[in-house]
Design a protein around this ligand. Structure first.
Ligand code: ADP
Ligand code: MG
Length: 400
């Protein structure tokens, strides 16, 4: 896929108005931003444009105001936090279209940065309404999209604008696309994936897409219980989905057809209590396993961990979504922590390209203290999953 980046900006960018779509969905408490990670991520694009003399007009949504003005979802407090991260003044315009936006932009000088109010205060944003998109576009000479995490939605500020103005990927968007492309678009094989987490039902598209593209699929978490049960085992009180057994068998058959090996946990950490530090028994798993009704598997066992790490050692590229167990509760974090550390070590020695994403996956990798050692960690949630599912992201497509 080809797309323009800030390297392709016109020579005469100084004094031009750049409408920049960013992700400002930062966590807030009592009107204050509590985690500035997302602000740090977009800083390079803003700083580069501003340094080149562009007038930087930021567009973003916040929460789900559903087309109405909702005071608690105003971006005003975010402008202040962004100012601190950038060490650069950030003005605020209390509407993203109309006279307020026009006036705010008219008053800008080269290098200035303005944040306009929540795009989702207007229904036209989520409807990708052409009239609304035009009203956004009149404030810009170019459009820069730096919000990969919103690129799975075809909204006015994430997709529509790319059709009205010369469009560029911002630095964060560019980094994300390059990392993802090197992992799944054009990977160095063997290519493996860890898919874990709670349920098969939320990740069917993902599993189906992967088995036709990768060499090894390592399944963990609650969804591994479903696969083991689909092979004939009785998994007791473990989280599993009885109505997904046919689906699991179909995925295993499809994998076999495509020469994709499926690795299931060969043992598990089994307990009778869903609680931290509950007494644990390690039980071998195969198609003949019969857990008692009150027993549940909350994590992979030691043999499974060894087996997974041995698989990692054979890989050149690894993509990862979903934990191996209930990592929020020790000792059921054991498999996720041990395998995450192994993947991080292999990455550090240059033997593995590792890309991970997903809400709980990112917290698990942070908990393991390895987030900086992976090749790339996507914080893009839904957009990351849709990319892993092989779907075309409208916001990315429109940049092409
Ligand atoms: P992500 O957000 O990274 O896509 P998921 O939301 O699919 O991941 O799954 C994460 C959740 O799965 C965690 O809350 C974890 O506790 C749960 N989980 C993992 N393994 C098990 C298991 N064996 N039994 C019950 N829950 C599990
Ligand atoms: Mg989750």
């Amino acid at each position: 896929m080809t797309f323009k980046t800030l390297d392709d900006l016109p020579e005469d960018i100084a004094g031009k108005r750049a409408l920049v779509r960013v992700d400002l969905n930062v966590p807030m408490a009592d009107g204050l931003v509590t985690d500035k990670t997302r602000l740090t991520r977009i800083a390079p694009t803003i700083e580069e444009l501003s340094a080149k003399g562009a007038k930087v007009i930021l567009l973003a949504h916040f929460g789900r105001p559903k087309g109405k003005e909702v005071e608690e979802m105003s971006l005003r407090p975010v402008a202040l936090a962004l100012e601190e991260v950038l060490d650069h003044r950030v003005d605020f315009g209390s509407n993203c279209i109309g006279d307020i936006a026009l006036k705010e932009v008219e008053e800008m000088a080269s290098g200035d940065v303005v944040l306009l109010e929540n795009t989702r205060f207007h229904a036209g944003e989520e409807n990708n309404d052409p009239e609304f998109t035009k009203q956004l576009a009149i404030n810009g000479d170019i459009y820069v999209n730096d919000a990969f995490s919103a690129a799975h939605r075809a909204h006015a500020s994430t997709e529509g604008l790319a059709h009205l103005l010369p469009a560029y990927a911002g630095r964060t968007m560019q980094a994300e696309l390059e990392a993802l492309n090197s992992a799944l678009g054009n990977p160095t094989r063997p290519l493996g994936a860890v898919v874990g987490g709670a349920k098969v039902s939320t990740k069917i598209d993902l599993l189906e897409n992967l088995v036709s593209k990768i060499d090894v699929l390592i399944i963990g978490g609650g969804m591994a219980n479903t696969f083991i049960a689909a092979n004939g085992a009785q998994m007791g009180a473990s989280l599993q989905e009885a109505d997904m057994h046919d689906k699991a068998r179909a995925i295993m058959a499809e994998a076999a057809k495509n020469d994709c090996r499926i690795i299931l946990p060969i043992d598990g950490r089994v307990t009778t209590e869903f609680a931290a530090n509950a007494p644990v028994e390690i039980v071998d798993f195969d198609e003949n396993t019969k857990l008692r009704d009150e027993q549940m598997s909350l994590d992979a066992g030691d043999k499974a961990i060894k087996n997974v790490i041995a698989e990692f050692e054979q890989l050149n590229t690894l993509i990862w979504n979903g934990p191996f167990g209930v990592f929020e509760m020790p000792p059921f974090d054991t498999a996720t922590m041990a395998t995450a550390k192994a993947a991080a070590e292999l990455t550090k020695t240059g033997r593995l390209v590792s890309v991970a994403g997903g809400g709980d996956t990112v917290s698990a990798l942070n908990q393991a203290g390895v987030a900086d050692d992976f090749t790339y960690i996507s914080t893009a949630g839904g957009a990351f999953l849709e990319w892993m599912e092989g779907k075309e992201l409208p916001g990315v497509k429109a940049l092409g």
